[in-house]
Design a protein around this ligand. Structure first.
Ligand code: ADP
Ligand code: ZN
Length: 531
């Protein structure tokens, strides 16, 4: 490759100074850029905010020809291109938002060698017309952004990504760089296989985000809890509040506004113009809160997001990491705060059972959820648990900047409590066609003569009133943790509790059940940093 010999590392460094105005490369950037500029393939795992864009933009500028960037984020292409043009980079995109003439202009510029960077949506590369066009121009590098979208079991799978293996076949001499912020070892392997990059060099940056403080609080009145969290710790700060449903997105935004915090909603059901306006307000204004579904955020580059709050449980650790990763890209202290409760577990287990997909898909979804629950229920350092999940060795046992490190939770022997819950479940399971959720179980344990308890003669059960030593909230905590540990399960549309294969070992006193004590109040505000 004549290119490899004629460019040197200092071309890359010069481009960094001259075009981007930065002094030095960060972390792995230099090694990655070196390798790709030299014509090698690379698979890059770097957390959000780590600086992935430069890893392909600089090779695109240094090598002759146009760098073709495959990105699923059509909505952001215009912004990315504008930002590059502002730096004097000749950038363009081709996607479905353009009319025929605009597309023609881009194609002509590409063919004339007048583009440094060309963004394309993955679905474009399924079209022969696009592949023909690319064959007629000169390509310096292919960048495949958000490469985890190729992973079939991942949470962002896009079938169009599967067709991208064609790039290596048709352009064997053009280096490819696949980038993602989200990948476990399994996803990592899948990227390499499905994109056909067996010889790629792998670069894995640290996933640790030391400036983000991770916290999980027991969910009681989530909106009120959120409000006091914001008022006490993040008054006037910009942040994102994630909710599961569109309805709760809107309700939460309204609630915050009524309580003096400027907030706007964002979800896929909103009118496109309003959505775009809310997004651009968030990017441009200071101190705006966006309440959003996970539709919001992919590719959002706002450095000073001071908090990310979850009012509902994310479906996977990958999702949680990616969403919380939008906080604190500027490196300043930020908070990842989540309210999590029994209903989250019940609801998500039900969603998986009743959802689409085959058995294997459901199993996969269940194991994603299990990892997420383990993170919520852990009594150990949350950061260490996160890093371990991503296959990274945690630096220390205690990070000093997560709730469990700041206020180590107490654990207690919950074996007897677990037996009580399981015994009540056994009694109710004997009733056919039962329609009782966890609330009924807890009412029975507490000896509450509610209408529903009387109606079904549940006050006659031997387990009625055997659990008065714990308060209702504590019982909910017990049930939640049993669910998280797989010692109990939910079934059917009422979220009925049922035994699992491992329940027997608890009932038979063959195992001890360790539970975390429900904290009385959230841990103290932001930790005083360091020494
Ligand atoms: P990612 O795509 O990995 O989430 P970006 O490429 O958007 O991250 O980079 C995140 C931020 O860091 C951007 O504002 C970018 O300009 C900045 N950045 C990246 N590399 C450097 C560097 N070497 N020096 C200074 N700032 C950088
Ligand atoms: Zn910690």
């Amino acid at each position: 490759d004549p290119v490899a010999g004629s460019v040197t590392q200092s071309d890359a460094l010069r481009t960094l100074h001259r075009v981007f105005g930065y002094d030095a490369f960060r972390g792995e950037q230099e090694g990655i850029i070196d390798h790709v500029v030299g014509g090698g393939d690379a698979v890059v795992l770097m957390p959000t905010g780590g600086g992935k864009s430069l890893c392909y933009q600089i090779p695109a500028l240094v090598r002759p020809g146009t760098g073709v960037v495959v990105s699923p984020l059509i909505a952001l292409m215009q912004d990315q291109v504008d930002a590059l043009r502002a730096l004097g980079v000749r950038a363009g995109f081709i996607n479905s938002t353009q009319d025929f003439d605009e597309r023609r202009v881009m194609e002509a510029e590409f063919l004339a060698g007048e583009l440094d960077v060309l963004y394309l949506a993955p679905e474009r590369l399924r079209l022969d017309a696009t592949l023909d066009l690319l064959s007629r121009g000169k390509i310096s590098v292919f960048a495949i952004d958000e490469a985890h979208c190729v992973a079939q079991w991942g949470h962002d799978f896009r079938p169009d990504y599967l067709a991208l293996s064609v790039l290596g076949q048709r352009w064997p001499d053009v280096p490819r760089i696949a980038l993602t912020a989200t990948a476990t070892h399994a996803t990592h392997r899948e990227i390499t296989e499905r994109l056909g990059m067996p010889d790629a060099k792998h670069f894995v940056a640290s996933f640790d985000r030391p400036n983000i403080q991770y916290r999980v609080v027991p969910k009681a009145e989530p909106k009120k809890q959120l409000l006091s969290f914001l008022k006490e710790e993040h008054a006037g700060d910009a942040g994102i509040v994630y909710c599961l449903s569109r309805n709760s997105v809107e309700k939460t935004a309204e609630f915050l506004c009524k309580n003096g915090i400027e907030a706007v909603p964002y979800h896929a059901g909103l009118d496109g113009a309003l959505r775009a306006r809310n997004q651009s307000r968030f990017l441009r204004e200071e101190g705006l809160v966006v309440c959003a579904t996970i539709a919001f955020g992919m590719g959002i580059d706002k450095p000073d997001v001071r908090f990310v709050a979850h009012l509902d449980l994310p479906k996977s650790v990958e999702g949680y990491y990616q969403e919380t990763g939008r906080a604190g890209r500027d490196g300043a202290p930020s908070t990842a705060w989540m309210a999590y409760g029994l209903q989250d577990v019940v609801q998500q287990r039900k969603l998986i059972q009743g959802g689409e997909g085959d058995e294997a898909f459901r199993r996969r979804a269940a194991s994603h959820l299990d990892s997420m629950l383990a993170l919520c229920e852990t009594a150990q350092c949350r950061r260490a648990q996160l890093l371990t999940y991503f296959g990274q060795e945690a630096g220390a046992e205690s990070c000093g900047n997560c709730d469990t490190c700041l206020t180590p939770p107490e654990t207690w022997d919950g074996t007897v409590a677990a037996q009580k819950v399981l015994s009540a479940v056994v009694r109710l399971q004997r009733e056919r066609g039962q329609k009782f959720g966890t609330g009924q179980i807890i009412d029975i344990l507490l000896g509450k003569k509610t209408a529903k308890v009387i109606q079904f003669d549940h006050d006659q059960l031997s387990v009625f009133g055997i659990g008065e030593e714990l308060a209702e909230g504590e019982w909910r905590g017990v049930v939640r943790q049993l669910l998280a540990q797989g010692l109990i399960a939910v079934e059917g549309e009422y979220g009925t509790l049922v035994l699992t294969e491992t329940s027997g070992s608890v009932l038979g006193r063959e195992r001890e059940v360790r539970l975390r004590k429900e904290p009385k109040r959230a841990p103290a505000a932001r930790a005083s940093k360091g020494e």
